[in-house]
Ligand binder design. Structure first.
Ligand code: SAH
Length: 356
């Protein structure tokens, strides 16, 4: 009983007087809940199966759970908290606009690859990182998304597309490492074999480089792919386009990355947007190669998606290829990111939380 009471008081602490968001519950929390109301632990797995495999949106449909218990669940939990209010479709891409309970809006993008469906989700309403080239940061952070609100972006997308989402990337609106606890919990929930069962190797988290959180993340269980928004070979350029570099400069960032690789034995991806005349010269490519020499990583070169409010321009195709060649020649693993979603403003850095 005591466990149950703690649980309920936690709910109140989270400001969810109307019941806790069930998609935000890790399996152990649901087990504690059931034990707390003198029920068997296995009810948690049953509930997960209804939510994630049979995909029901009401407790009444959970027919192998007895009536009294369904009533208790109805009282203590809510299932759906976000609404899909707009879908825009391109050939291999769809952009979803979701409205949250408090009427804030966020976006997610579905990309159809040969290997499966990948969903790019948002982690915050707005963003405080302030990268000069990025549209998503125009609205300052309003609040962090809760774990269940991140899970629900996937659930709603699966419902809309009638297919499984096999891969998740945390590259939508927000800085995942500015919402660390909620993001880590979200990853644990979607990775559970009775929930969405999305393998850690199918999940990529991208950070602008919040060094202390990279260090924390190295100590978490179940490593997902880590991508770092580097975008410059030196502090001079990075300071100009990413204000976060003034808090955590390239030396500190790469040190944290090396520690991360050492600790986890995982390779890191460095994202590098090519911006015309800013960071795309041959010298930049050589300098970047030197910086990354000996680090177990690969570089993902990103053709810039031009945003309406920035002065930045995309590098030409030939420049991108030359940059790529220089990295290759210097034995850096490098790929050029496939461009997705430009025609519906669904590409990286084009997502907005302010629902024009
Ligand atoms: N805050 C995190 C995740 C969100 S951005 C981060 O900074 O990594 C996801 C990726 O898209 C980042 O690498 C970001 O720098 C990149 N991006 C932002 N604006 C872009 C644009 N207009 N074109 C291409 N990539 C962009």
């Amino acid at each position: 009983m005591i466990i149950g009471l703690c649980f309920i008081s936690n709910l109140a602490g989270m400001g969810l007087k109307m019941g806790k968001h069930i998609y935000g519950c890790a399996i152990n929390e649901l087990e504690e809940y059931f034990l707390g109301i003198n029920e068997k632990k296995y009810r948690a797995i049953q509930t997960y199966e209804w939510l994630y495999q049979k995909k029901v949106f009401s407790f009444d449909e959970m027919t192998n759970i007895k009536h009294d218990l369904r009533e208790a669940l109805k009282k203590d939990f809510k299932i759906k908290t976000i609404n899909l209010i707009r879908v825009q479709k391109g050939s291999d891409v769809a952009k979803y606009l979701y409205e949250l309970k408090d009427k804030n809006t966020i976006e997610a993008v579905l990309m159809k690859h040969s290997y499966g469906n990948s969903l790019c989700i948002s982690t915050q309403v707005g963003c405080n990182i302030g990268c000069l080239f990025c549209e998503s940061g125009r609205l300052k952070k309003v609040r962090n998304l809760l774990p269940g609100e991140m899970v629900e972006q996937i659930i709603m997308a699966e419902e809309e597309v009638h297919e499984k989402i096999s891969h998740v990337v945390l590259m939508g609106i927000g800085e995942p490492f500015d919402n660390y606890e909620n993001v880590v919990k979200f990853l644990k929930i979607i990775n559970h074999h009775k929930s969405l069962n999305i393998g850690t190797r199918h999940i990529t988290l991208s950070t602008a480089g919040v060094v202390p959180r990279i260090n924390d993340f190295a100590n978490e269980e179940g490593q997902v792919n880590l991508a770092i928004s580097l975008h410059a070979p030196n502090n001079e350029i990075r300071n100009k386009i990413m204000p976060i570099n003034k808090s955590y400069n390239i030396e500190k960032l790469l040190e944290a990355c090396k520690n991360y690789i050492k600790r986890t034995n995982r390779r890191i991806t460095f994202e590098y947007i090519l911006l015309d005349g800013i960071n795309d010269s041959d010298d930049c490519a050589v300098e970047l190669s030197k910086r990354l020499k000996g680090i177990n990583c690969y570089v993902n070169l990103i053709p810039y998606n031009e945003a309406s409010n920035t002065v930045f321009k995309k590098s030409g195709k030939a420049v991108i290829l030359r940059f790529y060649d220089i990295l290759k020649k210097n034995k850096i693993n490098v790929t050029i990111r496939k461009e997705f979603g430009g025609q519906i403003d669904a590409a990286c850095g084009q997502l907005r939380a302010d629902n024009r």
